[in-house]
Write a protein that binds this ligand. Structure first.
Ligand SMILES: [Zn+2]
Length: 474
């Protein structure tokens, strides 16, 4: 019996606002999965990285359930204006101004920085990374198709999609289009309707842009939305099985992707739409250790955290819920990872077959959690309970490796050096030791043992000497 027959995958589909059973059409051999990638004009914020972690949990789960996945992620290395309304500055050119590099150098530099973050977080690389600047002909081709079908009009600054010609435009994001139109009359420029959007922008006649290409409409550059439709359909065909992105993309970017793709092909663009919710920055993270509001993975690493601690933090909350980021939460993840390693490190190299009824039951429970719209927090709980159970070490070891195919916490290796460092400050450790001394003086040995164990979990070893308690950190 194949694994995929044992549990049915269920995912929340933004298109229907409901949990649906995921299957592949009979003639499709691999999951056609497209995820919106980064605009490479700056480092990725840890909030952006949470989205890629969610997509990694999804990709790994599909593979765990024996699906092959054809996973495509784009790199936006051209254009992408700072506002969704096709106005404002070009993010790439802004990045070039800020750094004194050319736009091409900016794109290359931040693409490499992004790849490094992905690698550090143990995110499986997609089957294909594709760059917008490598797909200009495909984008022009798609705009021409829409033009030939009468879905476009030209203004003095570009070719626009005529959103009123697509009946279902408002459906995906449940937009109240009439009210939007009433509210936005002033800053629409030459657009006919508020939800119309640029497919191709003309270069200004009086200045040379850093990135521009010839087209049937003269020199210019593609709109942001057309890039994703063109690349997704070029590499995966007119219909995708899963399209992912952040919830911020629902209203405009994904709505526009659907409009232009479905008008061009007459087919459903994506069968499942899955969206990761935001990371919310708590007050403490703004005030204490962060450098302003812009928290990158590198900032976390510079402060002594390990990438797996951030990965574990992302696993503790469901991808459709806000994750409140704070350094306290990250410290808890640090403790969580250390506690996991205390149990998994001694199991390394001991894996046997997973064959007993109780081992199979743990595996079944883990699968059920992940098949339930990626319930990663529950899956982690099952891992922890399994490790505390009386299962023999061989099967425990095998289950750790099995679960880690999805969790990706690198539990096949011993605890990283960085994770060994206690998150407790010296004063906190000493306060706990004083409490323990007090408990001992009161002959409350249950309490004094509890404190000793709590410190041991933090990697703090105590030694009672005639001069008092001394402690050392692992
Ligand atoms: Zn996109």
């Amino acid at each position: 019996m194949s694994k995929s027959k044992q549990a049915i995958l269920r995912f929340y589909n933004t298109a229907s606002r409901s949990i649906e059973e995921f299957t592949l059409p009979k003639d499709v051999p691999a999951v056609r999965m497209y995820c919106c990638g980064p605009t490479v004009y700056h480092y990725a914020h840890i909030g952006n990285l949470r989205s890629y972690l969610f997509e990694d949990f999804l990709r790994r789960t599909l593979e765990y359930f024996d699906y092959e996945v054809n996973h495509v992620v784009n790199i936006t290395d051209v254009g992408h204006l700072t506002s969704d309304q096709d106005e404002g500055e070009d993010k790439m050119e802004k990045g070039a101004e800020r750094t004194g590099k050319t736009v091409w150098e900016v794109a290359e530099y931040y693409t490499q920085a992004f790849f490094k973050d992905i690698d550090l977080l143990n995110i499986v690389a997609p089957t294909l990374w594709c760059k917008a600047t490598d797909h200009i002909p495909e984008q022009i081709d798609l705009v021409q198709k829409l033009e030939a079908k009468g879905y476009t009009y030209n203004t003095s600054d570009g070719v626009y999609f005529d959103s009123l010609k697509f009946d279902r435009y408002a459906d995906f994001a449940r937009l109240d289009v009439e009210n939007l139109q009433k509210g936005a009359r002033i800053d629409m420029g030459e657009k006919k309707f508020v939800t119309d959007f640029a497919l191709w922008k003309f270069s200004p006649a009086d200045s040379q842009r850093a990135m521009e290409w010839p087209s049937p409409w003269g020199k210019g550059f593609p709109g942001w939305h057309i890039e994703c439709s063109a690349m997704a359909m070029h590499h995966l065909g007119p219909t995708l099985d899963i399209h992912c992105g952040g919830t911020d993309h629902i209203r405009i970017h994904h709505t526009n992707e659907i409009a232009q793709s479905e008008c061009a092909t007459g087919q459903t663009f994506a069968r499942f739409w899955m969206h990761g919710e935001f990371l919310r920055m708590g007050e403490s993270s703004k005030m204490s250790k962060s450098s302003g509001d812009f928290l990158t993975l590198k900032v976390l690493l510079d402060q002594g955290y390990h990438p797996m601690e951030y990965r574990l933090l992302a696993l503790t909350s469901h991808y459709r819920n806000y994750l409140n980021f704070s350094f306290e939460a990250l410290d808890s993840a640090k403790d969580g990872l250390r506690n996991l390693h205390r149990r998994t490190d001694p199991l390394i190299g001991k894996a046997t077959a997973i064959s007993s009824d109780s081992a199979l039951k743990w595996q079944h429970d883990f699968k059920s959690a992940m098949s339930d719209d990626l319930n990663t927090a529950k899956a982690l709980g099952i891992l922890n309970s399994m490790l505390r159970s009386d299962l023999d070490d061989g099967e425990k070891s095998a289950l750790v490796l099995d679960f880690d195919k999805v969790l990706g916490l690198q539990l096949d290796k011993t605890m990283p050096e960085k994770a060994k460092q206690s998150s407790l400050a010296t004063e906190e450790i000493e306060a706990l030791i004083a409490q323990r001394d007090q408990a001992k003086a009161e002959r409350n040995f249950i309490e004094s043992d509890r404190i000793r164990d709590e410190l041991a979990n933090q990697g703090i070893k105590l030694q009672d000497t005639p001069q008092g308690t001394i402690w050392e950190s692992e």
